[in-house]
Design a protein. Structure first.
Length: 179
């Protein structure tokens, strides 16, 4: 297992082979829809937004595994038990003229953190990005989520502070589209 410790902004990495070898990352399948929804709800609880989850098992099956889906998932297992997941899709960089991999969500259940699951998911995503010729691997993190931000930065990821995300959804999106 790869353990990342934060101590006065110094990162110590320890490789503990026994636990890491029991972590498996595999592509999500339609049979994982219920598990994915479980992790989405856990993540929403962590982000204090449980009431905002509208996803259902059926909507996950259709949106992630339907015929025209461009969304992909990974399941992280420890000793055969699902302990985390990630959902990603491809975007495009006009400046690089290359695709990019965008990580929509990554979540590991709290009782399994610190065992290398998050690193294993990120590494697999980085490998997928390189295999697909992506010029970037990007994601967003809530500004108040200091443990995750420190974790990502310890791995070498750089915050994109010059960018501000914008979103239209719900009635705003519908109204705007019809104007």
């Amino acid at each position: 297992m790869l353990v990342v410790r934060y101590d006065a902004h110094i990162v110590f990495l320890e490789f503990l082979e026994d636990t890491m070898s029991n972590i498996q990352i595999r592509a999500a399948s339609i049979d994982d829809a219920e598990t994915i929804l479980y992790f989405i709800r856990e993540l929403a609880i962590y982000e204090k937004a449980e009431d905002e989850v509208l996803a259902t098992v059926d909507s996950i099956k259709e949106s992630m595994f339907g015929e025209h889906s461009g969304v992909y998932g990974l399941i992280c297992e420890l000793d055969g038990k699902a302990i985390g997941f990630s959902v990603y899709f491809y975007n495009y960089s006009t400046w690089l003229a290359k695709p990019g991999l965008y990580l929509e969500d990554l979540y590991v259940s709290p009782e399994f953190r610190g065992k290398g699951a998050g690193i294993a998911l990120l590494k697999r995503l980085a490998q997928i990005a390189l295999a697909k010729g992506c010029g970037r691997f990007e994601w967003s993190c809530l500004d108040w989520n200091t443990p995750s931000r420190e974790f990502y930065e310890a791995l070498g990821a750089k915050p994109q502070n010059e960018w501000i995300g914008y979103r239209m959804s719900g009635k705003t999106l519908e109204d705007f589209a019809q104007k």
